[in-house]
Design a protein around this ligand. Structure first.
Ligand code: HT7
Ligand code: ZN
Length: 893
């Protein structure tokens, strides 16, 4: 396999102006005809024209109306080359055949339950026809689709419908025209027996946009929330960024077979049906929130990704980091900002940090790749919310621009970015330059965030000078070495700081000494309570003036930079922040830091065979949070949730899944027993009394009730088990029903077996609910779960060709550290077998799974040997895909 480098980027020798595509869709084969106007980048130059093409059967090539003969072109398994194209502009016509019904990779044109559909990002267009498959080739497209009328009554592509009509032999056609230039990765086609929910959005300039969400007829009732989400997203982008939709039609199609969550094809978004369909009876609050976020995300791409796109795939974060940031802000504005931030930071800690510290570490803008798809590889589970490391760290980088420039400065930068680059394919530097130039900002070494891998570790020590009334914060930063980058530069880290007085109130901040200069932090003579200090050197000191008592610092408020912060705060400082910080995120963070310290010290006790005991101060701290009526209920639910097992393992020298699991389980049970009365009260006081509504207060109430119920069920006593069974039986929505099921499913026994059987018999007709049932069992911590998982794969509802089922069974299994990392190697063996089997069907999905092995060096020697043996077995498999090869070989390197 060939490695591709960013430094080798070259402008294309030829551009395409117009592209007319003609698809004749058929059950056995599909004929694709393209007519492309080609022109050289440099007038009069003559270079070979190299087109990408994979798994295509070439039928004919014509240049300016003259058919080429064999010998006039070169064809291999990946390219079609015209050695001597005419000089100047010419017309290239190509006809080829493809076989969508045999396409199990779900890239290019494929079939998903009776529908033809496409997925072209990143490099799927080359599986449809011969083309310069790179994002800097932007052209205007038309697309004519012809198909059997009764089997494929709906024919969709990008842009506006220009014409449709009947053809002989019960066939029909539709002609679509997209007035905007686009790269081929945004091309889309859908044909099938679909029906739509229709609505209208009136833009702020009073244009009417038709909105249609297409699904099989029986699912149309489940698209109401998606339509609501779309309209909210359209309005939000106008209000917050002044960005209006640019066509008269916006289509969304939901298909059950899709490798990721969704795809932002111009005016024809294609979605994994798990990210569209919801009803109160079948979807949880988590699903509703994920749908809102993903619908928003794909819609926001219309400007950040489609109107302004990436020059090359190394710039992926240009569109994804920015669009994730935009969808995070949208969700924050629609619900609770703090809770959304907590969820995003947790995800960063659970996925990004481990990746940054392992063999797959790479910068936000990678220097090289073998298979581009691997940068999208993320974690998708029952709710199908996506956690893709490149996306998330990229979003943190965009968030830092906003933290540094403020909302208005950030908006100015965005406006300039669109003014300069609308209709272009650009780079991360272009985005940086727009932000800098619009604000006359000095961003020093900020660009290093794009090129340097690894999570910076920032240490901070503080001291108070009672005589001088000054308070000093000394920072030092270190970025750990990562593969290919042994030595690191200091980074530009914005740290938002507040100082609390002894009553817990924010102190006014007037000025800071830095580099020997006194800088005012007040804004028009008004004190501020949070200021952002810019740490840009290896070591740096900031001294706050006019501080009249010893403060407690609240550092990195709102998680202002994606770093690991190590401070000299004592436990009592942390308890104080947990109780008083005005920055709610940092209140949560203080509780998490206390929990991390506690869990790590108890893990050490466990490993030394010492008896486990829970610090009473910790119980008291959580009890205070539980009984604080001024707090948002969803915040309380987050604040009483312990850090995940993977987060704790990531902080250990040698990760010990058994010890971490036992300790987390012990603490949960102990908290449940000591706070039983409070938890019971939470369940009783927060039951649903009315119909399901998707709004923050209702979701918050359900979240708190569900967390309390899970704690109670961990006691495994008859009273609390009965309560959980009662909640399961009386639930009127999936959020509460599934939470009760999940609480019971963690504990082997008759109640577990009964509710699991009942749930399946109730919901067997709904594949998305059945996926939840799969995921719950597969991710269970019950001993030796691997055998149950092997049995689940024999269940009639399981299908290895459907990515969602794979994620919900095989992927979910890897989420249980005790079972995946079982000492006997049974978890590793299972995954190894599955990767090899899946790679033959769908390399993207297989490589997503193989990344569970990538951190094998973090475990003890026995586990290392067992995991390494599986990676070696995978590497020795004949015909391995480039996707899996890249991850497995880098993991072993
Ligand atoms: N931009 C989309 C990426 C995507 C994708 C990438 C590789 C293989 C399959 C894929 N499906 C969708 C999704 C997004 O970020 O919006
Ligand atoms: Zn995206």
């Amino acid at each position: 396999p060939k490695e591709i480098f960013l430094k080798d980027y070259k402008l294309p020798d030829y551009y395409f102006d117009t592209v007319d595509l003609n698809f004749s869709l058929g059950e056995e084969k599909t004929i694709v005809a393209s007519k492309i106007t080609v022109y050289p980048r440099v007038e009069g130059s003559s270079f070979p024209l190299v087109l990408d093409g994979e798994d295509l059967k070439l039928l004919s090539i014509t240049v300016d109306g003259k058919e080429l003969k064999e010998g006039d072109y070169c064809l291999d398994s990946r390219h079609l080359t015209l050695p001597l194209p005419p000089s100047g502009t010419f017309t290239l016509e190509i006809v080829n055949e493809i076989y969508p019904q045999k396409n199990t990779s779900l890239e290019g044109l494929y079939m998903s339950s009776m529908c033809f559909c496409t997925q072209c990002e990143a490099q799927g267009f080359r599986k449809i026809t011969f083309y310069q498959d790179r994002p800097d080739i932007m052209a205007k497209y038309t697309c004519r689709i012809e198909a059997d009328k009764s089997s494929y009554p709906v024919l969709l592509s990008n842009g506006n419908l220009k014409e449709k009509g009947h053809l002989e032999g019960d066939r029909h056609y539709a002609l679509w025209e997209d007035p905007f230039k686009k790269p081929c990765y945004l091309f889309a086609l859908v044909a099938g027996p679909l029906e739509s929910r229709d609505d209208i959005f009136v833009t702020r300039s009073a244009r009417k946009v038709s909105l249609r969400i297409w699904t099989p007829a029986q699912d149309v009732p489940k698209t109401a929330h998606a339509m609501y989400s779309l309209k909210e997203a359209m309005k939000w982008d106008e209000d917050v960024f002044g960005l209006e939709y640019d066509l008269d039609l916006f289509n969304i199609v939901a298909v059950p077979d899709f490798n990721m969550g969704a795809m932002e094809n111009k005016s024809l978004n294609i979605f994994n049906s798990g990210c569209v369909l919801a009803s109160p009876e079948t979807a949880t609050d988590g699903d509703y929130a994920a749908i809102l976020g993903v619908i928003g995300h794909e819609y926001f791409h219309n400007w950040t990704g489609n109107r302004v796109t990436c020059r090359d795939w190394f710039q992926l974060s240009l569109k994804e980091g920015l669009t994730v940031f935009r969808d995070q802000e949208f969700s924050s504005d629609m619900g609770s900002r703090t809770v959304k931030r907590i969820a995003d930071v947790s995800s960063l800690r659970n996925y990004q940090f481990p990746e940054d510290g392992g063999p797959m570490a790479h910068p936000v803008r990678p220097h090289s790749y073998i298979k581009m798809d691997n940068f999208y590889t993320g974690k998708i589970l029952s709710s199908l919310a996506l956690n893709v490391p490149v996306y998330e760290k990229g979003a943190e980088v965009v968030r830092m621009y906003k933290t540094l420039l403020g909302s208005q400065g950030f908006r100015k930068g965005m406006d300039l970015y669109f003014k300069r680059h609308d209709g272009q394919a650009v780079t991360c530097e272009d985005f940086f330059a727009a932000m800098r130039d619009a604000n006359n900002a000095d961003f020093a070494n900020f660009l290093i965030w794009y090129s340097q891998a690894g999570t910076p570790v920032v240490k901070v020590t503080s001291s108070y000078n009672a005589e001088a009334h000054t308070y000093s914060l000394k920072f030092s930063q270190e970025v750990p070495p990562t593969p290919g980058q042994p030595v690191k530069e200091p980074m530009f880290i914005p740290v938002a700081v507040g100082l609390l007085d002894s009553s817990g109130k924010d102190m006014p901040l007037s000025s800071v000494y830095h580099d020997g200069k006194l800088q005012s932090v007040e804004i028009s003579n008004h004190p501020v309570y949070t200021t952002v200090v810019q740490v840009t050197k290896k070591e740096e000191e900031f001294v706050f003036a006019d501080i009249f008592e010893q403060p407690t610092p609240s550092l990195l408020r709102g998680y202002s930079a994606p770093i690991r912060l190590e401070s000299n705060l004592s436990d009592s400082d942390l308890f104080f922040l947990l109780a008083h910080d005005s920055d709610e995120f940092n209140r949560w963070e203080a509780g998490q830091e206390l929990a991390r310290k506690l869990m790590l010290s108890m893990v050490a006790d466990f490993q030394q065979g010492k008896p486990l005991a829970l610090n009473p101060n910790f119980v008291h701290g959580l009890k205070c949070i539980l009984s604080d009526a001024s707090l948002d209920k969803e915040f309380i639910a987050k604040a009483i949730t312990l850090p995940s097992e993977s987060e704790i393992m990531d902080m250990m020298e040698v990760a010990d899944p058994d010890a971490v699991h036992s300790v987390r389980k012990f603490i949960r049970k102990e908290l449940a027993s000591q706070l039983k009365a409070e938890f019971l009260n939470m369940v009783l006081a927060n039951r649903s009394s009315e119909e399901y509504v998707f709004n923050h207060p209702n979701m918050a109430r359900r979240a708190l009730k569900n967390v309390a119920l899970a704690y109670l069920a961990s006691l495994e006593d008859p009273e609390t088990t009965e309560l959980a069974v009662h909640e399961y039986k009386t639930a009127t929505n999936m959020t509460e029903q599934f939470a009760a099921l999940a609480a019971l499913a963690q504990h082997p026994g008759k109640s577990r077996d009964d509710v699991l059987a009942d749930f399946y018999s109730k919901w067997q007709h709904d594949y998305l609910v059945v996926n939840k049932w799969f995921a719950l069992q597969a991710s269970s911590d019950i001993p030796s779960n691997v055998e149950n998982v092997r049995n689940l794969m024999k269940h009639p509802a399981f299908d290895l060709r459907n990515p969602n089922k794979v994620y919900c069974v095989i992927g979910a299994f890897c989420y249980s550290p005790v079972n995946f990392h079982a000492k006997d190697g049974s978890g590793y063996k299972f995954l190894g077998e599955m990767v090899v089997q899946l790679d033959k069907l769908n390399p993207q999905v297989a490589s997503g799974l193989v990344s569970s092995f990538s951190r094998w060096r973090r475990y003890d020697e026995n586990r290392q040997n067992l995991a390494k043996a599986q990676l070696e077995m995978i590497m020795s498999t004949n015909g391995l895909s480039e996707n899996v090869f890249e991850i497995a070989s880098k993991s072993l390197a």
